[in-house]
Design a protein around this ligand. Structure first.
Ligand SMILES: [Zn+2]
Length: 229
């Protein structure tokens, strides 16, 4: 029965459970990774036209650069790309999207290492992983840099930022982070990675801690940037 090879079983499995586009739900064909080619070509990518606004925001947050992959709008189906990573536990999608972002910044970044925005240990245990770590792993593989996940710790298990007003978001995360082992990032240019940047409150709270580290420079990367900043 040598014809019952592993590829036979994987093809049979795909017939029963076809892979679907995480945005529109259409069945994917071979060669389409997580999004169908129609959704991939329609993804509202950062094409650089907003550079001035990004610079103002970066100054406001006290960071070097803000890198982002696509315009995030909860009214658009493209928000499902982030939803699928966080709530449908699609870790591989997080790495894939991180690689896509890394490819767009590899000629300009000068980054030494990646720091994913941490989850509280209780939240990470419930979810099974940190989505920012998966995205950061994808970026790190393209930039050939390390991921330093022990530098920043989340010490308060804050409620989700979703649905909160700008002021409430800032209050929600203001005291949420503490420094861990920082020796490995002294005098480094680090890239703080999150899934979505909306008001910038989480980034600002992280910066309050990271700026205490000797000689550190910080840039930020996220998959989705909300237009409401
Ligand atoms: Zn699609």
């Amino acid at each position: 029965m040598t014809w019952l090879s592993s590829s036979f079983f994987s093809n049979f499995f795909r017939l029963l459970y076809p892979r679907a586009c995480v945005v529109c739900g259409d069945v994917l064909v071979d060669g389409e990774p997580f999004l169908c080619s129609v959704c991939l070509s329609g993804l509202p990518l950062n094409d650089g036209i907003d550079e001035e606004a990004d610079e103002v925001l970066a100054n406001d947050l006290g960071i070097g650069h803000l890198y982002w992959l696509f315009r995030y709008d909860r009214a658009s189906d493209f928000h499902k790309l982030v939803y699928a990573i966080k709530y449908r536990f699609n870790k591989e999608l997080g790495v894939w999207a991180g690689k896509m972002l890394g490819e767009r910044m590899k000629d300009i970044s000068g980054i030494d290492c990646i720091i994913p925005v941490p989850l509280h240990p209780k939240r990470e245990k419930e979810r099974g992983f940190n989505q920012a770590f998966m995205i950061g792993t994808g970026i790190a593989s393209v930039l050939s840099v390390r991921v330093a996940s022990g530098v920043l710790k989340r010490v308060v298990n804050t409620p989700s930022q979703t649905g909160l007003e700008r002021g409430q978001r800032a209050d929600n995360v203001a005291e949420a982070f503490e420094l861990g082992d920082t020796a490995c990032v002294e005098d480094c240019h680090v890239l703080l990675v999150d899934d979505v940047v909306t008001s910038g409150a989480t980034i600002r709270a992280c910066m309050m801690e990271l700026s205490k580290i000797k000689g550190i420079r910080v840039s930020v990367a996220c998959l989705g940037k909300s237009g409401s900043i």
